[in-house]
Design a protein around this ligand. Sequence first.
Ligand code: NAD
Length: 356
Amino acid sequence: MADYKITLLKGDGIGPEIVNQAVKVLDKAAEKFDFTVEYDEALLGGCAIDATGVPLPDETVAKCKASDSVLLGAVGGPKWDNQPGNNRPEAGLLGIRGALGLFANLRPSVIFGPLKSASPIKDEIIGGNLDIMIVRELTGGIYFGKKGRTEVDGNPAAWDTEMYSVPEVERIARVAFDLAMKRNKKLTSVDKANVLESSRLWRETVIRISEEYPEVELNHMYVDNAAMQLVRNPQQFDVIVTSNIFGDILSDEASMIAGSIGMLASASLSGGKLGLYEPIHGSAPDIAGQNIANPLATILSVSMMLRYSLSQPQAADAIENAVAKVLETHRTPDIYEDGFTKVGTEEMGDLVCAAL
Ligand code: NAD
């Protein structure tokens, strides 16, 4: 029987409420699939600032490193808005990603059948169920390149640098090819190789790595076309791999196709087993403590954890099926429609456990 150690970073706002539901579901999955989970909690974000003065205490990094995986709620809120930039709750988030070497961000854009009407895209374009995985490089590119202010022709000017090294592209490409192998064996690499030298190196490298994965069908797309194709014909995509800045933009676009922010999970991986799993939404301070937050994005983050870090794909499938089943009858207020039963955060967690 496998034993796993999970660090919980509940964070701020709705973070604790939604993580508590996800833990309930993980415990139920452990019981059903015969593994055990041991939890440790650590501070991140605003709650860490209140307790220790900094958003990412050293103890938090140590606990995360000593675990098999990390489950994060969300951080931030108006209480800490006046903190200096490097001591804001969000700085803790960037810090933990860096400290754990999380270079690959996985954002699935999935439409559960019963939630099709939440998508702004027409039914006939979505087709059956939509399931796209965007793999975004997370620690390189223009967000981390050299930047500065200068003067051009006597006018103030500013510059940023997009740079990728071959090993950086190789490792993110392998993550994407590995994922494609576990899915429909189709990978789209998105770049701007008609204009950018860094994109030409990106494309050459992805093509070279593709030789290690002869079963995966690889195609390339310019980012402007990819932005268009995501709303024109999203069904053509299985896995998409792209740079930090392009992935930032495309993954938000893809999440809107899925419709509801309360439903979307994400994973950040380091290449090893350790991953950090979290919903894509923030700490929603406007609804915190009211038992109305949708816990499903966090519950689905647990299913990603089971699939990508803990090698429990059957438990992951079971959680996803349980969520789909509950959505046929019950909804939290953010995804509520006439004809369904409206439930709160706790009750939604209980329903998913019962469906498991
Ligand atoms: P947000 O995602 O917290 O909220 C946006 C809107 O979506 C709000 O109306 C909120 O009520 C709603 N919402 C979000 N999650 C929901 C859920 N699970 N169920 C139901 N409704 C939900 O974004 P924001 O308002 O821009 O930011 C609030 C705080 O969160 C800020 O301090 C921001 O910096 C922080 N933030 C943190 C993360 C993170 O921890 N990864 C990400 C984004 C924003």
